[in-house]
Design a protein around this ligand. Sequence first.
Ligand code: BGC
Length: 767
Amino acid sequence: MKRNFSLLFLLFSSTFVFGQNNLSNSVKLGTSTINEVVSAMTLEEKANLVIGTGLRFEGNGPVIGEADGRVPGAAGNTLNFNRFGIPGTVLADGPAGVRIDATRKNDTKTYYATAWPVGTLLASSWDTTLVHKVGVAFGNEIREYGVDVILAPGMNIQRDPLNGRNFEYYSEDPLVTGLIGSAMVKGIQSNGVGTSVKHFAANNQETKRNSIDAMVSERALREIYLKGFELVVKNARPWTIMSSYNKINGVYTSESKDLLTSILRDEWGFKGIVMTDWYGGRDAVAQMIAGNDLIEPGSKSKSQNIIDGVKNGMLDEKVLDRNVTRILEYILKTPSYSKYQYSDKPDLKAHAQIARQAAVESMVLLKNNENILPLKKGTKIALFGVGSYQTVIGGTGSGQVNVAYSVNISEGFNNAGFTIQPELSKQYTTYIQEDKLAHPKKGSLTLGAPRMVPEYSPSTETIENAVNSCDVAVFTLSRNSGEGADRTVKDNFNLTENEQSIIKTLAQSFHQKGKKFVVILNIGGVIETASWRDWADAVLLAWQPGIEAGNSVADVLSGAVNPSGKLAVTFPVNYSDEPGAKNFPGLPVENPTHVKYEEGIYVGYRYFSSFAVKPAYSFGFGLSYTQFAYSNLKLNSDRFNKKITATVVVKNTGKVPGKEVVQLYISAPVKTVEKPELELKGFAKTGLLKPGESQTITFTIDARSLASFNTEVSSWVADAGNYTVKIGASVEDIKLTKNFALENDLEVERVHKALVPQVKIEELSRK
Ligand code: BGC
């Protein structure tokens, strides 16, 4: 009997186990409901799904699994669970292009990607149609390389020029950031792949990025640091958002329910998943509760924390299930889920042409005395500067791209039919070669401040020869930076003594012979220009222009394309003029733990215009080879009722075709809330206008555009009074104004009391 009983038990139990397997084996993502899948998953499986897998950093491993290693070099993955038909998905950097390994073990094929012009350059186009076009091509490349989500775009505000990652970000202004970012996200996602808009939020420096506490007022957060993200979430519905490394007002962003649930989901209606930045935050349970669905790239200990959290009651399993549900909803949308047969052969040639066009349409002409640009065909160029021969196409770190080639400025000039003085060319290339041999590059990923080849000082004789044999001198000044380190004021924001002296010597030598001197700025972030710009006859801000850098620069200098970019960030005279300078990168000085945003809402031009501080080049500024006249500003009403429409006529009054960036600012009455002098509330770029041709531009101003955040009542409010619409070619160059009245105070939207500072922040005020 005993034996029979055991047999029966064995039979029963094996039937039971068999039955259970059978049951869960029949549960499949796609055919079963998500609820059924979640119910069939074990606690351990769920904990492993909310933990990513992939990248290894020394000392941080081991990570769980390897997904299926489909795309080497991709920054992360989500894990696959074959028994539920859940594929792994692939997440890859970054804002300037698909960052994956270009070559693979035992594989003769190559996997190079397009380096798009950096974010700061794209934003200087002020052209959402152009950025959308870049996004569409970028998205195609993402999909064709087997990637599901690109860890981009970078949408932090350029609070301070020294942030080493500014090149990845768009602007100092939230509207430019939000609209350019929306165009990029829509373009990329139109390919059926996702974006991860990053780094949410107030990640405005690299110094102590993993622990710094950004102490920011609720108003500055809402109006400046969250606004761009709000616009992109509402306009473009990104699949995912990446929380940032830093804390806001004492709480890690990835652990902040205020940020990730109350604001992002409840107020803005975000429906996708939130992932951490790589190894970001500390407390996995707090992250789960806050609504940070996915922890990247995941570690065994994090998954154990989650399992323990559920077991000891700190984490309600329903919360875990909610996050798992969101991740499964995401997976259902991915190319990995639909088993898309990617080609690994995107049309890199076609994409390079789009990168070239985008760069050309975004470069900013800062100075052009006596219209010396464009250079005439056949001009003999004395080409100086290491950056002319080794042009920086983009920044470092996760914003870097593995390219098959890139075109430097000297090659670009050659391609455009200019003659480059060969002697100079030889000297520079030999110098760069020797430097490379002396300082071999270690590894493919550079974190922190990259080493730059020091500027070369040509001898007096070399310069004399160049003056005698060439028509014009061109000097390229380069900078590079990337994640992990901020830039310094000395020798980086400011020019080195050597750079200053080369500029001066070249200018004097060429001017003495009646020849002109042009400077090209090949930089990823704002630098000092006021002390040396008088030496130059022309200055072209080329930023970091991506893979076709040299061809793009040549297109502008040859006049093949008329420049039409404008600054999306202010260039101050001195670094100390910056509103955030006095507390960047935080305190204590030797080892910052926190940074107080005492400038409040007065970031960038909001500060310079409100406090009458003259910048070197103002926000919105940029020259063209033609001129534009503004006329006929009309408002559809002089009283605000839900919205107001403004129209203005822009005419090309010069001699060559061109495009103009038209900006709409508003100056508001001051009653309950303090206001900056003026704020950008709309912008548009004309089409290519022929000489004599006009275009009417229409702007719509809604109630939200008038409102500011009133902290007292946690509301967006617009005070009654007189408002002025200012149409400008830049923030300093207002061409036309018109007034309208708001008759009654308006409460536009009441929101949560959230992200409240734990300490007093003495904010800058105009009162
Ligand atoms: C960066 C992210 C990036 C991630 C994955 C982090 O260090 O801050 O922007 O997407 O690494 O490479």
